[in-house]
Design a protein. Structure first.
Length: 183
């Protein structure tokens, strides 16, 4: 597969079974804060129903989140890439990505991240995109560092997950940093 064939598109009902796959996969969900046992095809369908599916610049300028399916040219769903908590006044948004196991370590996340950041900076006109990651998620941290996200700090014992306190590392990328990233 050529990663140029990877593109984001609005989530569709047909994505629900494969979304549920990564949500139920212990190797994927161990780094997420939701309870996988509460996830069902019905809850995934409801999430998709509640998503904004507008594509044009004017429509994106009022949204508070964008959740997109990551697909190839045959429209196979590989994961979801998102901008959440979009604050147009502050000109920032939170980035998130979740990939099925079959899509990991294949460059799919890299391509999807580049495309959602282009959307954030070029279409939405944002100044800053940030993320947080569990401090023990070493694979994701390597990815974010390699991609050009800048580490800003750690919130120690910031939340309780599965009965234990965990820490979050925070990263950011500014528009100027994105524009100057060495591709």
């Amino acid at each position: 597969m050529n990663n140029n064939d990877i593109s984001p598109r609005p989530l569709e009902k047909k994505d629900a079974p494969l979304m549920l796959e990564w949500m139920k996969d212990p190797e994927v969900n161990r780094f997420f804060r939701f309870n996988p046992e509460r996830m069902s095809i019905g809850s995934v369908d409801a999430f998709i129903d509640n998503n904004i599916t507008h594509h044009t610049t004017n429509e994106y300028n009022t949204v508070q989140y964008v959740n997109l399916a990551i697909v190839d040219d045959s429209d196979e769903y590989f994961g979801t890439v998102s901008l959440k908590n979009i604050d147009h006044d502050a000109s920032n948004a939170e980035y998130a990505i979740a990939l099925r196991t079959v899509a990991q370590r294949r460059g799919i996340g890299w391509t999807a991240t580049a495309k959602i950041l282009n959307l954030a900076f070029d279409t939405l006109g944002l100044e800053r995109v940030y993320l947080n990651v569990l401090s023990n998620n070493e694979s994701a941290i390597r990815f974010y560092n390699k991609f050009g996200f800048i580490y800003e700090g750690e919130f120690v014992n910031h939340l309780r997950l599965r009965g234990e306190f965990v820490s979050l590392k925070w990263y950011r990328i500014l528009k100027a940093e994105w524009d100057n990233f060495n591709w």
